[in-house]
Write a protein that binds this ligand. Structure first.
Ligand SMILES: NC(=O)c1ccc[n+]([C@@H]2O[C@H](COP(=O)([O-])OP(=O)(O)OC[C@H]3O[C@@H](n4cnc5c(N)ncnc54)[C@H](O)[C@@H]3O)[C@@H](O)[C@H]2O)c1
Length: 250
């Protein structure tokens, strides 16, 4: 019996990288999975490649209508929503001097507005499921970053957004707690995905050499922690943030 047997999970930004690894790991543990991504073709292809019930939908997490529609698509298709992973993310790195207001706003919007909208829609559905006895709880996992803890040169937008996700997680954890809806966050360090492969080679090397475990993390190593937080293994955990960094910035 899988850890998420009979559960329905929605993963934003699930078409590639960490989100895809989470969708795959959840499916392997018995969940029906909806992959929501701004790239519909990639979301559809990712869902088709999953071994188990899965669907791909297009959603821009910044758009309130898209976010409402992705949650509705999940409940229409699979009848319920038990787990939401707010994972969609972007970077627009630049020093404060060079960063444009647009770059600042884009990053704040995708991470903070996107996570806020996702939680708002999902919490309402999860609360209703608990109230009418169809569920005994729910779980939300928000993707922060170690950048939100330590700050990174050139990431005044991203670090602010990722730190904000931690505060938002704790606030909504308090609101969800009496309904047995748990809300937690993950702070990955340097994980081998398209996002980090886009960094200059010397920056990648500098990052890797500063990791006590001396290697980048793999997306599935974040997915396993998301599984823990999404499953009953974490039944008494809410409002926490788990670092997945190979010891970097402990
Ligand atoms: N890779 C790392 O080292 C690392 C470290 C810490 C935190 N994170 C966070 O983990 C999450 C996933 O990162 P990743 O490395 O897998 O990135 P990635 O770039 O490989 O994947 C991000 C996914 O999000 C989607 N996306 C982007 N904007 C979107 C939007 N507005 N609406 C819906 N989908 C959107 C993209 O299409 C893509 O499929 C992000 O929140 C990122 O900030 C990554």
């Amino acid at each position: 019996m899988g850890l998420l047997e009979g559960r329905v999970a929605l993963v934003t930004g699930g078409a590639q990288g960490i989100g895809l690894a989470i969708a795959q790991r959840f499916a392997a543990e018995g969940a029906s999975v909806v992959i929501a991504d701004i790239d519909l073709d990639a979301a559809t292809a990712a869902a088709e490649a999953i071994d188990g019930p899965a669907a791909g939908v297009r959603a821009d997490v910044v758009d309130p209508d898209d976010v409402a529609a992705m949650v509705a698509a999940t409940t229409d298709r699979f009848g319920r929503l038990d787990v939401l992973v707010n994972n969609a993310g972007i970077t627009r790195d630049a020093s404060l001097k060079n960063m444009t207001l647009e770059q600042f706003r884009q990053v704040i919007d995708v991470h903070l507005q996107g996570t806020w909208l996702g939680m708002k829609e999902a919490l309402a559905v999860m609360k209703a499921q608990v109230a009418d006895g169809r569920a005994d709880g729910g779980a939300i996992v928000n993707m922060s970053s170690i950048s939100g803890k330590i700050g990174n040169f050139g990431q005044s937008n991203y670090a602010a957004a990722k730190a904000g996700i931690v505060g938002m997680t704790k606030s909504v954890a308090r609101e969800g707690a009496k309904h047995a809806i748990r809300v937690n966050a993950i702070q990955p360090g340097f994980i081998d995905t398209a996002m980090t492969r886009a960094m200059p080679a010397d920056a990648q090397e500098a990052a890797t050499s500063s990791i006590p475990m001396q290697r980048a993390g793999q997306p599935d190593e974040v997915a396993k922690v998301a599984l823990f937080l999404a499953s009953d293994l974490a039944s008494y955990c809410t409002g926490i943030t788990i670092e997945v960094t190979g010891g970097r910035h402990m």
